[in-house]
Design a protein around this ligand. Sequence first.
Ligand code: SAM
Length: 237
Amino acid sequence: MLYIVPTPIGNLQDITLRALETLKTADAVLCEDTRRTQILLSHFGISKPTYRYNENDERSVARCLDALKSGKTCALVSDCGTPCISDPGWKLVKEAVAAGIKVSSLPGPSAVACALAGAGITGGAFTFLGFLPRKPGKAARMIASAYGLDVPVVLYESPYRVVKMLELIAKNLGSDTPVILARELSKVYEEWLRGTAKSLADELSKKNKVQGEFVMIIDRPAAPEREDENDGQDAYF
Ligand code: SAM
């Protein structure tokens, strides 16, 4: 049995009761980084064998799969948030499903859902692109294409590239494009920055160093609210 177990994205109190129970009762914990996971486990007084898991290392995938095939109950975690969401895990899940192993996915912390909920924008539909490719041309094409769907676009971005990404958005979608940056969610320095692609790029460029983890939401320009929006009652045909 494979349990996919979300872990906190900053505040350790955000772990769910079910996640703790699953970690306590599993035979082994499959993780991205054994040292980081050991810190989490010991914080909650849990002592378990850990197996390192890395998508690009076939041997590590095979080892975890063998443990599952031998009948062990395993909990898959990543360094933070929900495994498989811009994090390792999908290959193991895919192979476990193919091997007929039962997979259960626990709900829990994920930066994308946390940021969208606090953004104050319609969460009825959105496009999540995760981390964009490093090549500016490819990144710009992906953003333009997703934005063309007329729904907010959500990205993960590192502090080192956040200004460059805002500049790329300003250049390709327009400098007045509304953007919300959710920084350090659930941590002491949680911060919400709201503005346009240009105003936020200017604001962050003034800082000596941009730090922390960011979720970036590219919103739609303000439009009068439609009566029929997201009431879930729309007829499709
Ligand atoms: N699996 C995780 C999830 O479910 O959200 C995402 C892991 S991904 C490797 C890490 C990225 O998630 C960061 O670069 C950042 O964009 C976002 N992130 C994670 N924790 C965050 C936090 N506390 N505040 C804002 N963004 C965060």
